[in-house]
Design a protein around this ligand. Structure first.
Ligand code: DC
Length: 228
């Protein structure tokens, strides 16, 4: 039996990956996997254990020992569980957002998360969002998209999201954060953020989420033609 397609969506912070990936998964009836949430969970576990986030060995061991699951929640929100504990909100704090990038560069952390991501997609029918899905996790994914937007556009979107959540938002500070995070994520040795040679580039400035979702769904349908 031919597997259902894997849709790999990579790109920098604030490109709109989550909204788009969730929308594509809903339209296709595929499972949505947010791999950023997995690296955030690893960072949280590292802190909860009292480990130094710079300690590659300790963070790698903590990530490998953690049992990570996604579960459907109220209102279609996906919950993240680590060893049975609901950490959905705990991984979205500014502290964990800042720590997830340095923790995600540890080889042991990446090995553990990559193995889990490959298990989650083994039967196909997934939309997986991250930084290295089309390059490292699923280099043979049927649909590979590199989703990006200008840094200014991404900062404005993040600020609007935070403002909507009632959090004070300073666009200039967010732009600095985004540039720093992009720089760290693209220059690290392990699985740096980069567009796979055969990924389709989608620059989302001026596009609505629906337009982006439509384009990716059409590519997935093309790729899935002939599959049962
Ligand atoms: O997408 P996000 O902001 O939730 O990701 C959190 C961090 O995890 C970010 O700094 C990059 C890292 N990450 C990664 O290294 N590889 C992935 N596949 C996904 C996220």
């Amino acid at each position: 039996m031919t597997r259902r397609p894997i849709v790999a969506i990579d790109g920098p912070a604030g490109a709109g990956k989550s909204t788009v990936a969730r929308g594509v998964a809903a339209r296709l009836g595929f499972t949505y996997v947010d791999t950023g949430a997995m690296y955030r969970a690893a960072a949280l576990r590292c802190v909860q254990n009292g480990n130094d986030p710079a300690d590659a060995e300790a963070c790698g061991a903590a990530a490998a020992a953690m049992r990570l699951e996604f579960a459907p929640g109220a209102g279609g929100v996906q919950r993240v569980l680590a060893d049975g504990e609901d950490i959905t909100d705990a991984i979205r704090t500014p502290e964990i957002s800042a720590l997830s990038s340095p923790v995600s560069k540890h080889p042991g952390v990446r090995r553990a998360m990559t193995a889990l991501q490959r298990e989650m997609g083994a039967r196909g029918g997934v939309v997986m969002e991250g930084r290295d899905i089309g390059t490292v996790v699923y280099p043979d994914a049927e649909v590979k998209v590199f989703l990006t937007a200008s840094a200014g556009e991404r900062a404005r979107r993040r600020a609007a999201e935070r403002a909507a959540a009632g959090v004070e938002a300073d666009v200039a500070a967010i732009l600095r954060e985004i540039n720093e995070r992009d720089e760290r994520d693209s220059t690290r040795l392990e699985a740096p953020l980069r567009q796979a040679d055969d990924a389709r580039l989608l620059v989302t400035d001026g596009l609505t989420p629906e337009q982006v979702i439509d384009a990716i769904v059409a590519w997935a349908n093309e790729a899935g033609e002939g599959a049962p």
